[in-house]
Design a protein around this ligand. Structure first.
Ligand code: PGA
Length: 229
């Protein structure tokens, strides 16, 4: 199983350091076949050591240059970061990233050998139209994406389940994962209100290879409880 923590715009450099120290103590008892990823905010990237992979939530497709407010390869290389989230719904919806732009970003980080957690997810009005509409919508989010890329991990995160406390049902997750796996044979994470109370149920669903956790990952006790279920 893959357990990924997406801090979003939470935690500082100081609290991330304390989090990772606490996490490392807990991870002594982690199962060897499980892997843990931490995505802190960019200001908290550092040379951390531990039984996890440090990734970045976002970066621009450049080594360096004039892209005010963005970071590029140069800033990631400083901390040997080779893992990135691409296509998260908050970047699509709030920051206005279009599929073409996301495709460019994906290709750039692929060319540079990054492991990419590529996020997809449907809004509520599509979910309400039924399974067929959902799959059609999700597959369209792979337009321009090399789904055979060896370092690709996919995260299915229904937008209506993110940060709302309302996770998708077991049946919705199982059906969606099964349908996606017919086309994309890559590790497939589920994200959207994953928490200690539902982690067991979610990781037991056929076709779920791991979880991408936001809110419930912010507290190290809560996240490590999920990793150690
Ligand atoms: P959530 O966020 O766990 O707070 O729902 C998940 C995500 O957006 O990755």
């Amino acid at each position: 199983m893959i357990f990924a923590a997406n801090f979003k715009t939470n935690h500082t450099r100081a609290t991330t350091k304390a989090y990772i120290e606490a996490l490392n103590e807990k991870l002594f008892t982690k199962r060897v076949q499980d892997s843990v990823y931490i995505f802190p905010p960019s200001t908290a990237l550092d040379h951390y050591k531990g039984n996890f992979t440090l990734g970045v939530q976002n970066a621009y497709m450049t080594r360096n240059g004039a892209y005010t407010g963005e970071i590029g390869l140069e800033q990631l290389e400083e901390f040997s970061i080779k893992t990135i989230l691409v296509g998260h719904s908050e970047r699509r919806e709030i920051l206005g990233e279009k599929q073409e732009f996301i495709t460019e970003k994906f290709s750039y980080f692929k060319e540079h050998g990054f492991e990419i957690i590529y996020c997809i997810g449907e809004p509520l009005e599509i979910r309400e139209q039924g399974d067929e509409a959902v799959i059609e919508y999700l597959l369209a989010q792979f337009e321009g994406i090399d789904t055979s890329y060896e370092k690709l991990i996919v995260a299915y995160e229904p937008i209506w389940a993110i940060g709302t406390g309302r996770s998708a049902t077991t049946e919705e997750i199982e059906n969606t994962h099964a349908a996606l796996k017919k086309t994309i044979q890559k590790p497939l994470l589920y994200g959207g209100s994953v928490k200690p109370e539902n982690i067991k149920e979610i990781t037991n669903i056929r076709g779920v290879d791991g979880v991408l956790v936001g809110s419930a990952s912010l507290d190290v006790e809560s996240f490590s409880k999920m990793v150690l279920i």
